[in-house]
Design a protein around this ligand. Structure first.
Ligand code: SF4
Ligand code: SF4
Length: 426
């Protein structure tokens, strides 16, 4: 707690210190809660992003049965998508006989063990401050403010009532994810999200059965994940984790009044690597990722991606695939969780910050040589083959090069860079 004093009136007020979110983002100004009604999907649902995107959101159906059960938004009948069933399930009551609370450290270790048993790839805990919660009337999601006499909950009152947030991640399949811009990558992505939703629901039920309250759909997942030490934010605007890189879902953190021990943000050298790498920016098909420096947005200094150009791609490609994920796939941190990857990440992590350039450049070079600048990889999964392109009319093209990136080729920035280099050579 920090005591601030107004030098003119002498009035003193206790305020929370600005949260520390690690080196990849810095709170430099007045960081305010995100208005839940102004997020991309919410704007799109209201039709504010135009008809094509609105139709993409509400009226698309996946051409294959696996895609139709993977997520409600691509289903033919929403009840066939498990996420619909889960979202409609009523929440259970809190057990009035609270389990005796041992030391918070013991409770924290226990909850983390349970979360991993239930399927989370990693777990982090942070202490809630109002800026981590949405503004815009989503409070609370537990029915306690219902009724004519109940005062409307605010971010401040919710943060007081639920002082801790538990953030989980789930890593989708590495090999399937390499078939990005393809139905195979879509399946890995969507079923990963479904797995995480189920894990969150089970963990929240477990906490209620232990006699503690939970709230959901109120916290912004990225800052919570950073504060909870699950990773750092990359140039591509995604969370980069130590073991799985950027191929992770964050989902919706659980808020609780269970007394827990918060984690600390981590440093795995993402900021240092992003300075030299720029692979995501150079391969993004919509040029939505900057090759420049960080900017200040809503009081937070970070790499700013143009979410709107990224989002607007979707209706143009929905006959071929659903989710792009090129930036996630090409990111050098997104590699299988094996020994040589551990060595590479530890090498950056353990190198003193001023000397990290000496490590990141050779590692980037190794990544380009062994994994390629574009990360093209033919993936086969069940009857799918990312090297074969199936057109919407059913025609199959079997050329080796079709399919991986169809209908988009490398982005225009790569061609511009190439042209500049050729010109410079004369
Ligand atoms: S998902 Fe695709 S279009 Fe969007 S930022 Fe990443 S690479 Fe670019
Ligand atoms: S691809 Fe490179 S620049 Fe982009 S987020 Fe990953 S490490 Fe950073």
């Amino acid at each position: 707690m920090v005591i601030e004093k107004d030098i003119q009136t002498g009035h003193q007020e206790a305020t929370e210190p600005l949260p520390y979110l690690g080196r990849s983002v810095r709170i430099v100004g007045d960081w305010r809660s995100v208005d839940a009604t102004q997020t991309p999907h919410e704007k799109n649902k209201r039709g504010e992003l135009g008809k094509p995107l609105h139709n993409w959101y509400f009226n698309r159906t996946s051409p294959d049965p696996l895609g139709r059960i993977a997520t409600a938004s691509t289903s033919a009948d929403r009840r066939n998508a498990f996420e619909t069933v889960l979202a409609r399930a009523p929440r259970g009551a809190v057990n009035p006989e609270r389990a005796p609370a041992p030391d918070p450290a013991v409770l924290t270790a226990h909850i983390k063990r349970v979360a991993k048993y239930l399927g989370a790839s990693d777990v982090g805990i942070m202490r809630v401050q109002p800026q981590f919660l949405y503004s815009g009337g989503r409070y609370p999601d537990d029915g306690t403010a219902a009724g004519p006499s109940a005062p409307p909950a605010t971010a401040e009152s919710t943060a007081k009532r639920y002082p801790y947030a538990i953030a989980l991640i789930y890593a989708w399949d590495y090999d399937m994810g390499r078939a990005h811009r393809h139905r195979i990558g879509d399946v890995a992505y969507h079923f990963g999200a479904e797995h995480l939703r189920t894990t969150y629901a089970n963990l929240a039920s477990y906490i209620r059965e232990m006699g503690y309250s939970t709230a959901a759909r109120v916290a912004t997942s990225m800052p919570v994940a950073l504060a909870a030490g699950l990773g750092e934010i990359g140039r591509h605007g995604m969370l980069i984790t130590e073991h799985f890189g950027a191929r992770v879902h964050l989902g919706d953190p659980i808020l609780t009044d269970m007394p827990l021990l918060p984690d600390r943000p981590i440093d795995i050298g993402v900021t240092d690597f992003c300075q030299v790498c720029k692979k995501c920016a150079n391969t993004c098909p919509t040029n939505s990722i900057t090759t420049g420096g960080k900017q200040v947005v809503n009081g937070v200094e970070k790499f700013k991606i143009n979410w709107e150009t990224c989002y607007r791609l979707r209706p143009h490609v929905m006959d071929y695939w659903d989710i792009c994920l090129t930036c996630v796939t090409v990111c050098p941190y997104t590699k299988p969780d094996v020994w040589w990857r551990t060595v590479a990440v530890k090498a950056i992590k353990w190198t003193p910050i001023p000397l990290r350039g000496l490590v990141t450049r050779p590692l980037k070079w190794i990544d380009d040589v062994f994994w390629g600048k574009l990360g093209r990889k033919r993936v086969r999964f069940m009857s799918y083959d990312s090297g074969r392109l199936k057109l919407p009319d059913g025609t199959e093209l079997s050329s080796e090069d079709q399919g991986h990136y169809y209908p988009l080729k490398e982005n225009s920035r790569r061609f511009d860079i190439l042209k500049t280099k050729l010109k410079a050579k004369g």
